[in-house]
Design a protein. Sequence first.
Length: 154
Amino acid sequence: MKILIAEDEVMTRKLLDFTLRKHSYETLLAVDGLEALDLLHTHSDIGLVIADIIMPKLDGIELLAEMRAEPATRDIPVIVATVMAEMDTVRIVAKLGCTRYLVKPVSPDDLLTAVREALGEPAPVLAPTRQGDLPASRGYDLDDLLADEAGLAA
C-alpha cells in the first residue's frame, strides 16, 4: 500500500516523503491536485492521501471533492496538511470527509501519528521525557475541533 503526497512546495514535499520513507512507508509524489488525481486513477494500491490545500491546477479541497465523488477513491483516507488554520476551511474539509487536519509546519511525530491513525495502525508507546510531560500535537481530530467550536459558540 502506498501513501500519495500532494504538495506543491518542494521542500515540504521532500520532508514529508523523507519522514514517511524513513519509517518504511512507500510513497508517491504529486506536485498539484491534478497530478494527484491522475496518480489515484493509475495506482489502485494507494491507501492514504496527504494533501495541501493551496496547490495549482486543482487545490486540496477540489481534490478531496473529486475523490469523494468517485467510487474507486471515495473511501481512501485523506490527511490535510496546510498553513490554513481558519475554521471555515476546517468545516469544508470535514464535510468532505477529511480524516485528519494538520497545520504546517508539521513535525515528524505529528505526521506519523496522523498517518498511523488514518491507516488504523497501533501507535507506538512513547515514554515522556520528564515526569508529567505529554507529547504535543499539531494534528487535530476534526470531530473534536468542530465540537469544541460549537461548545464555545453556545
